[in-house]
Design a protein around this ligand. Sequence first.
Ligand SMILES: Nc1ncnc2c1ncn2[C@@H]1O[C@H](COP(=O)(O)OP(=O)(O)OP(=O)(O)O)[C@@H](O)[C@H]1O
Ligand SMILES: [Mg+2]
Length: 232
Amino acid sequence: MLEVKDINVSYGKVQVLWDLSFNVGRGEIVTILGSNGAGKTTTVKTVTGLLHPSSGSIRFLDENIEKLPPYAIVKKGMTLVPEGMASFPRMSVIENLLIGAYTQGDNVDDTLERVYQIFPKLRERGKQQAGTLSGGEQRMLAIGKALMSKPGLLILDEPSLGLAPNLVLTIFDVIQKLREEKVTVLLVEQNVHHALEISDRGYVLEKGRMILDGKSSDLLKDGFVKKSYLGI
Ligand SMILES: Nc1ncnc2c1ncn2[C@@H]1O[C@H](COP(=O)(O)OP(=O)(O)OP(=O)(O)O)[C@@H](O)[C@H]1O
Ligand SMILES: [Mg+2]
């Protein structure tokens, strides 16, 4: 579904990603692991058109997208849930959700119902200003808003960051359930154990280069991953 090949990405003169390649197949959950500053957010920003590579290619559904702007990529069915606050704080929960569906035309009721079923909290809080939601509720809203666009590929940048342990489990549970909804997921996480447990494959990014990849079950047993990311 997504094939990233040898991309190089810089901020001005500072190169951050080096000959980076990875791919995500339809229906897979794929994790990118890496420590702070490794280049994970830069990677997802490049894939979603917020940044452009100086060289290399990005193919999505058999089309080159590395030169396209973000809105054109969203239209093709790829949606990013960025790090941190991802909603319009002064608008209500329901307004935020409906904005998420702007590529969908009129028929949004079923999608909204589906999002409410995944996150009942959002139904309860429908009229509340997004900016006054708790951190966990805001994270649910960000994911719910992304689901409103009915993405084929959902990209999540550290969805569990800063959440209490029980909410972390809820978020990972939701991600796993997306599998049944046929949503393909690219997950960026520092919560390595949980991320590998729910994903099919993983890549390890260090200093802008992919240094390791494999089946998630194998990475969980990998000596380097255990030592560097799982603290074992
Ligand atoms: N706008 C920018 N201008 C210059 N350098 C940047 C910019 N954004 C990120 N960087 C640098 O690029 C490198 C990779 O940053 P990136 O945000 O992709 O890392 P990350 O893996 O997402 O880290 P984290 O886990 O902390 O979110 C870092 O060294 C960072 O300082
Ligand atoms: Mg980041």
